[in-house]
Design a protein around this ligand. Structure first.
Ligand code: C5P
Length: 234
């Protein structure tokens, strides 16, 4: 099995990110670049991770009119990212445009298309927050609804919380890849994560990829922390 650990590079600067990339590339499956790092240092971080030989998950959660999202996905594909995120609540036309753009741009470059991942309901939103914006107030129902919309629109993957994996696995086609943050071991600080599973439990429940930030990056020895998590999956 390929290495399912995606390290979240939630650091503000290029140097701090590159130090982690250098130490962790041999023992992890990919690196996640999110809004803070990308807005701080720009596409250079993606080029540097790719030059180090590791796959990149660009987590910018695109949500806009279909043409704008398609152009952003094309630009990310040209940057050679392997995974990227869009908000499923952007609707079917936006989701289809994102997926089409990933395939068409990759085909022009002679590369595999990046995996376009749908984000359903942010884990920071509860039923009151959903009600406030005029959505189905039952979080589980809204997750299921957006997951189905994303898959019907052609997306091949979703981001989901650990506690959503099992329900989504029951309802979705087997080929859909599930990417899960909120991973904590028994000795890790939970930080601000409220609903967690450990790495082994998340994979057993049906996750394909685990997004892990602080348990690795804030450890005294990040490489040893990543190796321990990998061993727990063996
Ligand atoms: O440090 P930690 O392991 O909590 O990092 C998890 C990463 O996954 C962070 O980059 C966080 O933004 C992201 N994430 C999350 N929960 C979500 C979606 C993304 O923790 N629902």
């Amino acid at each position: 099995m390929r290495n399912p650990i995606i390290v979240a590079l939630d650091v503000p600067g290029l140097d701090a990110a590159l130090l982690l990339v250098e130490r962790l590339t041999p023992v992890v499956g990919a690196f996640k670049v999110g809004k803070e790092l990308f807005v701080s240092v720009g596409p250079e971080i993606v080029r540097r991770i790719r030059a180090a030989g590791a796959p990149v998950f660009l987590d910018l959660k695109f949500h806009d009119i279909p043409n704008t999202v398609a152009q952003a996905v094309a630009a990310a594909t040209r940057l050679d990212v392997q995974m990227l995120t869009v908000h499923a609540c952007g609707g079917s036309a936006m989701l289809q445009a994102a997926e089409r753009s990933a395939h068409e741009t990759a085909a022009q470059l002679g590369r595999p298309a990046p995996l376009v991942l749908g984000v359903t309901v942010l884990t920071s939103l509860d039923s009151n927050a959903l009600n406030e914006i005029g959505c189905e107030a039952n979080v589980g129902h809204q997750v299921e609804r957006l997951a189905n919309l994303a898959v019907k629109s052609g997306l091949r993957g979703l981001v989901c919380s650990p506690l959503e994996i099992a329900a989504l696995r029951q309802n979705l086609p087997e080929h859909v890849q599930l990417v899960t943050p909120g991973i904590r071991g028994p000795d890790d600080a939970t930080d601000d994560q409220k609903r967690t599973l450990n790495a082994r439990e998340a994979i057993a429940a049906g996750a394909n990829w685990l997004v892990i930030g602080r348990p690795i990056c804030a450890a005294p020895n990040p490489r040893a922390a990543a190796e321990r998590i990998l061993e727990s999956l063996a």
